[in-house]
Design a protein around this ligand. Structure first.
Ligand code: TXA
Ligand code: MG
Length: 377
């Protein structure tokens, strides 16, 4: 976009150039830096026009970056699946900025849903509710339910308001890779595949929203995330957790949320999670480093502020402070990508306590490891 008040939009067909060798269309991606404290009106209205015109806009949310399209436009939503290489049986979250849009999307708002919204919206909580006729099947992958979320990030809210539409947005990564917490991560995965990337700095929570099914009683956490089980129980009373969230893949449990069954969040490196008392974890990781070093493997260690000084002979990254697990949540995906950049082949990751946001951290870490978990007690 050039400067000026209302930029002229290129049509989406003109925006595409043919990539002759592989006969795929490549989009001209525009990267717009946006000031989250004083959002530039021209950039916002440009991005909103792209959404309204059926295009794809990656934008920051408080959890991770999202890849947005008009949720009511099947063709635009198909573009999301294509850009990400996402399996079509994995439904998308619909993002709204006002509760007044809900009746368009869901059949009813239950008392539980209302209480959850009042307490946690806008914020990192997605509610699975019975879908209305108006929600296209491509969004819900043919399910009778739809996942809806109201983000709290100022750019996300402003974009949805400006577009005046519900925006479908999965995380803005190539399917299977760690979710993006910076615009740089989005550029790595989606440059040439989307129309606009709004760069609004870091996504602070660093892990995706909690997905809560409120069509069942008690409500059930399908994916742990930014709002913890403890926080939900404080407002809603008892909350179940889909066994697939914490159990091993080998236990052959089918998760209720389609997206949870896929290998996910994987860096190129092999990840091994080491779990147990901290002292034994450190000892086991040091032994691993010795073993692998003799084979010439490039090692990475995902440590914490409390343990990083114990390690040498490997690329060591601290995910954060064990006493403040939200710092670990915030850094996890970035750290996994950073190991790839450093050419690491095997990452040894210290497990953290499955409590509070730690449940979401361990869910993502175990998935990144393909459930390759070593227990040391
Ligand atoms: O924080 C977030 O939720 C981010 C930001 C961009 O808002 N979005 C995100 O979307 O993580 P995505 O597509 O990467 O993950 C959506 C998850 C998937 O696991 C999907 O299977 C699940 O939500 N989901 C969507 N609709 C569902 C439904 N109707 N029933 C059960 N699970 C559903
Ligand atoms: Mg995702």
């Amino acid at each position: 976009m050039k400067g000026g008040a209302t930029p002229l939009l290129r049509t989406r067909t003109c925006n595409r150039v043919l990539w002759p060798a592989r006969e795929v269309f490549v989009l001209k991606t525009e990267i717009l830096h946006i000031n989250i404290n004083a959002i530039e009106k021209d950039k916002l209205s440009y991005a909103a026009e792209v959404i309204k015109g059926g295009g794809l806009v990656a934008f920051p949310t408080e959890t991770v970056y999202g890849l947005g399209a008009n949720a009511l436009d099947t063709k635009a939503v198909q573009g999301i699946f294509n850009a990400k290489g996402r399996p079509s049986d994995n439904p998308l979250i619909v993002h709204i900025a006002e509760k007044s849009l809900l009746p368009e999307l869901v059949r009813q708002t239950t008392e539980t849903a209302r209480r959850a919204m009042d307490a946690f919206w806008p914020g990192p909580l997605t509610l699975v509710m019975d879908k209305s006729e108006k929600v296209p099947g491509i969004i819900t992958a043919g399910l009778d339910t739809v996942a809806v979320r109201m983000p709290v990030h100022p750019v996300a809210l402003a974009l949805i308001r400006e577009a005046g539409l519900p925006i479908a947005a999965p995380s803005a990564n190539t399917s299977g890779r760690p979710s993006p917490t910076t615009a740089k991560h989005v550029i790595e995965d989606l440059f040439g595949k989307v129309d606009v990337i709004l760069d609004g700095g870091n996504a602070n929570v660093g892990l995706e929203s909690t997905v809560l099914d409120v069509t069942v009683n008690p409500p059930m956490i399908l994916r742990p995330g930014g709002v913890t089980a403890e926080q939900l129980e404080g407002i809603l009373g008892p909350v179940n957790i889909d066994p697939a969230v914490i159990k091993m893949k080998s236990e052959n449990i089918t998760p209720k949320s389609p997206g949870m069954k896929y290998t996910h969040y994987s860096p190129k490196a092999e990840v091994i999670v080491v779990e147990g008392s901290l002292e034994k974890v450190v000892e086991r990781i040091k032994n691993f480093v010795e073993e692998y070093k003799s084979k010439g493997t490039q090692m990475g260690i995902l440590a914490t502020d409390q343990t990083r000084r114990y390690y040498s002979g490997a690329e060591v990254i601290s995910a954060g402070d064990r006493n403040h697990p939200e710092t670990i949540a915030s850094n996890l995906f970035g750290a996994l990508r950073e190991f790839d950049e450093r050419g690491v082949q095997v990452v040894l990751a210290e497990a953290v306590e499955v409590k509070g946001i730690g449940m979401a951290v361990m869910n993502r870490m175990n998935k990144a490891a393909g459930y390759n978990i070593v227990k040391v007690d």
